[in-house]
Ligand binder design. Structure first.
Ligand code: ADP
Ligand code: MG
Length: 593
């Protein structure tokens, strides 16, 4: 058995450093945080081989005084702890271990010129030990950190590094994040391959966050964001979130900063997503760029060695409050064209599609909904203006219906593609929602319609008969135990009423309540079962795809849609309208240059 010895100090440090530094990302993060703390306005990052071989971070910050340079690399030294309360610190770093940790796992050369000094000072570390320190000529104030060969002295850890391509990717993701969060800084990222250098990312100094979003994420994403601004709990919140139409398959484009520091906080991210309710399909995530500002002691940064995770105070209702704030921003129409106030002028000659036609009336006239719709379409084309275009006030034109599914609309220098069914579904859903307290208007069928169902289905309907009744679907027991009678349907039921259609709807209502619905229920005043009934009534009662719809009907749906709280998605979270900007169209035709 070998002798028990005290572990040498430099090995203790190496072990401890492992907690902070596991990959090049951690080094870049610490160095950038230090540069930001030093009030730099310009930061240049250079890396080689995914950062494994070399990382350089050069800043124009205040620099490190020559006589403090050695000290900065010692464990638990920091110029940033200014009081006993370690929470009460507004800078990014205060653990005072980053530089000491880096020195323990890589070769380091640091050159720094402090603000009033005439010369710069250089210090070199290898094997955790200082090799040299001397004055050097430097023209610019600031600090340059060069980190060479991560884990060159710890093969076991070096083995755990991912492929350089992977390390490179996480570096670039992080740097993108930093560029968005610190849009006031000019950040340049250079990649070195052998003797060649490429600028891979660059973000100029920007006053406005949105301008930085354009730089970093591109016009496409920037164009689909809604501003968020206000108080959530005691925090001042500012930034942007994507409209429901723009989502990602993971959370990699969620950027949150708390008191100046980029953080990860899954519960906070989930609270933001919750605001979208049913507008977010399962496994879709919004783009989020948010800045939270408050007192430094309202949050604990020190629970995680890499300081990327934080903890809010236990009694801080920030999660519920942020949901509300984001909801507010999602339902605000400030950004949208003003047409929802438009008064619609109906062409006198046009024929309206009959809406509330009961099945009995339909049979009497032996006309299906489909025929009505086609008739109206034809009439519309022959009796109104020679073009099929319908003008509405405020520069909002309906151009027609294509593929028996979509409407084309010109609105405020945008081309809108409207999914007619999804839009009508949203309209109907919100009408039911508005009628939660009142009974929904019914259209009485002239003769009750008999529907055959299984005993379990009958049980379901009987158990929830009052809910069905409330929302316009009056049912009663049939003569045989396996049938029921439908006496009425909701007034705004735009579908052909037939045994098949009602049957399909009832079966759909009975399908197990899935996760998607769980989420959707939350944005509505409905109970789970009510939600089922109402969302199926909306879907099955909405105009169907696969038929031609007249411009008049389109205009009516569009007009109603624009009065909705959530006009941009159907009750299931699918988009209702896709908007194409004029500049986008011009781009397609290469007309913008
Ligand atoms: P911390 O940032 O937690 O204080 P670090 O080990 O990261 O600890 O840095 C130690 C000290 O070195 C800092 O407190 C700061 O005084 C100084 N320092 C590090 N990097 C820079 C920089 N880029 N510019 C100016 N000072 C720096
Ligand atoms: Mg630091």
């Amino acid at each position: 058995m070998s002798e028990i010895t005290i572990i040498p100090d430099h090995i203790v440090r190496r072990i401890a450093a492992g907690e902070v530094i596991t990959r090049p990302l951690n080094i870049i993060k610490e160095l950038i945080e230090n540069a930001i703390d030093a009030q730099s306005t310009q930061i240049t990052v250079t890396f080689e081989n995914g950062g494994i071989d070399r990382i350089t971070v050069k800043d124009n910050g205040i620099g490190i005084p020559a006589d403090k340079l050695q000290l900065a690399f010692q464990l638990h030294t920091s110029s940033k702890v200014i009081s006993d309360n370690i929470h009460n610190i507004s800078t990014l770093g205060f653990r005072g271990e980053a530089l000491a940790s880096i020195v323990a796992v890589a070769k380091v050369r640091c050159r720094s010129k402090y603000k009033d000094s005439t010369t710069g000072r250089e210090i070199i570390f290898e094997g955790g030990k200082m090799q040299s320190e001397k004055d050097v000529r430097m023209t610019q104030q600031g600090t340059e950190m060069e980190i060479i060969g991560i884990f060159y002295n710890i093969p076991a850890r070096r083995k755990f590094l991912r492929k350089p391509a992977t390390e490179r990717l996480v570096l670039l993701q992080f740097l993108t994040h930093i560029m968005l969060m610190y849009h006031g800084l000019h950040i340049k990222v250079i990649e070195k391959q052998r003797t060649k250098e490429f600028v891979v990312l660059e973000s100029p100094q920007r006053k406005k966050m949105l301008a930085a979003i354009y730089d970093v994420l591109g016009a496409k994403i920037a164009g689909e964001l809604a501003p968020v601004q206000g108080m959530a709990s005691r925090w001042q919140v500012e930034g942007f979130i994507s409209k429901p139409i723009l989502t990602r398959k993971d959370r990699s484009q969620q950027y949150i900063r708390v008191n100046g520091r980029a953080i990860k906080h899954t519960a906070l991210q989930k609270a933001i997503e919750e605001a979208y309710g049913s507008q977010l399909l399962k496994s879709n995530y919004p783009v989020v760029i948010l800045d939270l500002k408050g007192q430094s002691d309202w949050v604990d940064f020190n629970i995680h060695p890499q300081k990327s995770e934080i903890q809010f105070a236990k009694d801080d209702p920030i999660l519920e409050e942020i949901t509300k704030l984001v909801q507010l921003s999602l339902t605000s129409k400030a950004d949208f064209p003003k047409f929802h106030k438009a008064k619609i002028q109906e062409p006198q000659t046009a024929i309206e599609i009959p809406q509330n036609v009961s099945s009995a009336q339909q049979t009497a006239k032996t006309k299906s909904m489909m025929q009505y719709t086609i008739d109206a379409f034809v009439d519309n084309n022959t009796t109104t203006t020679p073009t099929t275009v319908m003008e509405v006030e405020e520069g909002f034109r309906i151009l027609g219906h294509i593929m028996k599914k979509f409407a084309l609309i010109e609105a405020d220098n945008e081309l809108w593609l409207m999914d007619v069914h999804a839009s009508d579904e949203r309209v109907k859903f919100e009408r039911y929602m508005a009628n939660k307290e009142n009974f929904v208007m019914k259209q009485q069928l002239l003769a009750p319609m008999k529907i055959s169902l299984t005993p379990a289905e009958i049980e379901f309907i009987k158990a929830n008969a009052s809910i069905f009744d409330h929302y316009g679907l009056k049912v009663s027991s049939g003569i045989n135990p396996d049938e029921i009678f439908i006496h009425s349907v909701p007034a705004y039921f735009d579908q052909k009423i037939s045994q098949e259609s009602i049957n399909a709807m009832v079966l759909d209502m009975m399908a197990t309540v899935g996760e998607e619905d769980e989420k959707s229920v939350q944005e509505t005043p409905f109970s789970k079962i009510e939600y089922r009934v109402v969302s199926r009534l909306s879907c099955h009662g909405a105009v169907r795809s696969g038929y031609f719809i007249s411009n008049i009907k389109i205009r009516e749906i569009l007009n109603d849609l624009m009065k909705c709280k959530n006009p941009w998605t159907c009750a299931h979270g699918r988009p209702t309208i896709i908007r194409v900007k004029q500049v986008t169209l011009e781009g397609w035709f290469r007309r913008n240059g």
